[in-house]
Design a protein around this ligand. Structure first.
Ligand SMILES: [Zn+2]
Length: 294
């Protein structure tokens, strides 16, 4: 079991510990459970869908990286497939606070990067901030997304974000988590560059059309790619580097052990991720960053 889970795991009820341990003990535990695994866990410990998601929150929060706030937020996103995905907040010492990742963004992006097509619900241990409500308003599940909070009645995103401004106000039909392929190409065979390009091709950038992706290679040779998730309100957009860092962190990797990074983005677009990507990676100790422009 990854050491970050030890304290939270030890506080769980014994029946839940028994049901979870085989999965958590796997060296490649991906901080998610398939629908079948979730069903097996539920039958093993007697919890229903919502109760299991609440019970998993301390494990999700244990994945947070919070050198600035020391405030641990965990989230569990449930996909329409029934899969459960962990999410946790992330902060980066030395980088602007705007580069931070909120737990809801982490769980949503985690589900998206693992191939989930839409979300049914998200369970969080603290009430979603305004930034996250707006971020989630970009999803193809829209206002119907179920929000679950400790001690609160079940509600929807529309309940938490009334009179919302979103994609439809800008006549945008393609929503976050919709399947897309923008079809950009690069004449390069380098695996990391191709991973960044593939991520850019599946990114959500309907406002700027500056499709972008980042791929990271860590010291142990693992590769993680993240896609840009743009937002109708612009500022809550999640950069492609952050998406890749979410996947790296939740997969059990070390964000301070990145040895190479590639950003794939358009040569000439109205916006660029280049400067922000380099600054944040430098704060994580990685200077080996290249830009592949298409
Ligand atoms: Zn938030």
């Amino acid at each position: 079991m990854h050491p970050r889970f030890h304290t939270a795991f030890s506080a769980l009820p014994a029946t839940l510990q028994s049901a979870l341990q085989p999965y958590l003990d796997a060296s490649d535990f991906p901080a998610m459970f398939t629908a079948e695994q979730a069903a097996a866990i539920r039958s093993g410990c007697g919890l229903d869908d919502d109760a299991l998601a609440f019970a998993l929150l301390p494990l999700a929060a244990a994945c947070s990286l919070t050198p600035i706030s020391h405030f641990h937020v965990g989230a569990i996103a449930r996909g329409q497939s029934g899969n459960l995905y962990f999410g946790a907040n992330m902060e980066f010492s030395g980088a602007p606070l705007q580069q931070s990742v909120h737990a809801e963004q982490s769980a949503v992006t985690h589900a998206w990067l693992r191939g989930e097509k839409a979300l049914a619900s998200i369970t969080v241990n603290y009430t979603p901030c305004g930034h996250c409500r707006q971020f989630m308003n970009e999803l193809n599940s829209g206002g119907a997304l179920q929000i679950r909070l400790p001690g609160r009645a079940p509600a929807t995103l529309a309940d938490y974000l009334p009179d919302a401004f979103g994609p439809k106000d800008l006549d945008v039909a393609s929503l976050l988590m919709d399947e897309v392929n923008h079809g950009h190409q690069l004449p390069l065979n380098d695996a990391l560059t191709q991973a960044a390009l593939a991520a850019a091709n599946r990114s959500h950038a309907p406002y700027s059309n500056a499709h972008s992706g980042v791929a990271l290679e860590t010291a142990d040779g693992s590769l993680y790619a993240g896609r840009y998730a743009e937002n109708a309100a612009f500022n809550p957009s999640l950069p492609p580097l952050q998406a890749a860092l979410i996947l790296l962190n939740l997969s059990g990797g070390d964000c301070r052990a990145i040895r190479r990074a590639v950003l794939a983005e358009p040569q000439d677009a109205s916006i660029s991720q280049w400067d922000a990507t380099r600054v944040t990676l430098a704060a994580l100790g990685c200077q080996n960053v290249s830009r592949a422009a298409f």
